[in-house]
Design a protein around this ligand. Structure first.
Ligand code: KE4
Length: 429
């Protein structure tokens, strides 16, 4: 596999961009290779600058649920771009997308658009603090909510991928207000919330964790979390940046039937353009400026191109049977993968819900950060490189999710499964 052009671009990039990338996990440091630079993508395929094409299971880390370059999304962006790209003033497109998002996500009465998932979660936590007058935030080990200071405590995604404990530059004064406790541990949750009730503004949770690899909540974890936060007057924030419009039209809260007080969204709602959003009960959202005192702002919030892309994306996922068809193909693929994992010559455990999944290289169930961290990341690196050589693009980290899109068909999924079977054999040798 030729990678000369990617190599040249990487050398050039490192001269002007830290690590040669604009987001650390793209550097492929944990999987023992240099990043490939992408030229184009279409459907379930991405093509690098050396002309190599790959079946894509990263999906831009979640947004590309339709597959790449969906014609409706491209047409919507092109049409709106002809009329200008940003006005710094409200547009009808923002209302249309807000109405569609609120109509789709069960707990949303009002929503505010921002430009990233980090902005969404950061703003939701500020709102919870402003609304309750309390300062403490409870999160869960291995969950990742973006790179705002409050969240860089035992976080997932790039933080565990790079094995960094947190981050320099985050003042002790900030992190002292963040409590991180084990995911799926009801006893610890109840003990923490009851012990610090009057200090805790909110609990923020990935209702399905995607950033320590996929970890599904155990049956009563989310129900207990909702009951306890309601009883104790603590704001419950569902970080659905990954699960929103992924696990169902209404995200994890629809799939599990649990209503948070605030929801954070991102990725899919921008159709591949920079959009985040936070929303929830009108009573809470009306505390946000300019109506309320909780300040949050953004030059490009509600950007017309991003709104158009998000609208085009949501109109497709709202079509009848979209999620039923995505579930069916994901079921088929995960069933085949589970059998390969069971018969693999290497210890593997598959965690999967809907169209998101992670194959952990470990021999014990993965139910939280501690068990996820037992995975053999060196073996995952060998698997990643083997799959890349076979024309399959996986997340360059054991602690991320693989995604199936509407563009993945039986042909490409069968090819990927063949490569997976071959890789399991080769890496165990
Ligand atoms: P962004 O600021 O990256 O748009 O979103 C932050 C975020 C918030 N909440 C959840 C549950 C998330 O998964 C993310 C970002 N996800 C990672 C990958 N899992 C983004 C990839 C990257 O950092 O490059």
């Amino acid at each position: 596999m030729k990678t000369e052009q990617s190599g040249l671009f990487f050398s050039r990039a490192k001269k002007v961009i830290p690590g040669g990338v604009n987001s650390p996990v793209r550097a492929c440091k944990s999987v023992g290779c240099d990043p490939l630079f992408i030229q184009s993508a279409n459907g379930c395929m991405v093509t690098d600058v050396d002309g190599n094409s790959y079946i894509d299971f990263v999906g831009s880390w979640g947004p590309m649920i339709l597959g790449h370059a969906h014609p409706d999304v491209i047409e919507a962006i092109s049409n709106v771009a002809q009329r200008g790209t940003s006005f710094g003033a409200p547009t009808p497109l923002e209302i249309e997308l807000a109405e569609l998002v609120c109509d789709s996500v069960p707990s949303l009465e009002k929503v505010r658009f921002v430009s990233s998932g980090t902005e969404a979660t950061m703003s939701a936590v500020r709102l919870a603090r402003g609304y309750t007058g309390r300062n403490m935030v409870v999160k869960f080990d291995g969950c990742y909510h973006g790179h705002a200071d409050s969240f860089l405590v035992k976080a997932g995604s790039g933080i565990i991928t790079l094995g960094i404990p947190g981050s320099p530059g985050v003042p002790e004064d900030i992190v002292k207000n963040t409590l991180s406790i084990p995911y799926n541990n009801i006893d610890e949750l109840e003990k923490t919330l009851r012990a610090r009730t009057t200090d805790i503004a909110c609990v923020i949770v990935e209702p399905v964790a995607g950033n320590m690899g996929v970890v599904v909540p155990e049956i009563d974890f989310l129900q207990t979390l909702r009951a306890l936060t309601a009883e104790l007057g603590i704001i419950l924030i569902f970080d659905e940046v990954i699960t929103g419009f992924r696990l169902a039209l209404g995200g994890a809260q629809e799939r599990f039937g649990i209503m948070p007080d605030l929801t954070c969204l991102g990725k899919i709602i921008g159709g591949g353009l920079p959009v985040g959003a936070y929303g929830g009960k009108q009573e809470i959202m009306d505390q946000v400026a300019p109506d309320g005192p909780v300040y949050q702002a953004g030059t490009l919030s509600g950007n017309p191109l991003a709104m158009a892309a998000g609208l085009a994306m949501l109109k497709v996922v709202r079509r009848p049977n979209f999620y039923a068809e995505l579930e069916e193909k994901s079921d088929w693929f995960a069933g085949k993968l589970a059998r390969l994992a069971e018969n693999a010559d290497v210890p593997t455990v598959l965690n999967r819900i809907g169209s998101m999944m992670t194959c952990f290289f470990t021999d014990a169930p993965v139910r939280d950060f501690t068990t996820a961290m037992k995975a053999d990341t060196e073996l995952y690196g060998r698997h990643f490189r083997q799959m890349l050589a076979g024309g399959v693009w996986l997340a360059p980290s054991q602690f991320e999710a693989a995604f199936i899109s509407a563009a993945h068909d039986r042909t490409c999924m069968k090819k990927a499964l063949t490569e997976i079977e071959s890789s399991f054999k080769k890496i165990s040798a």
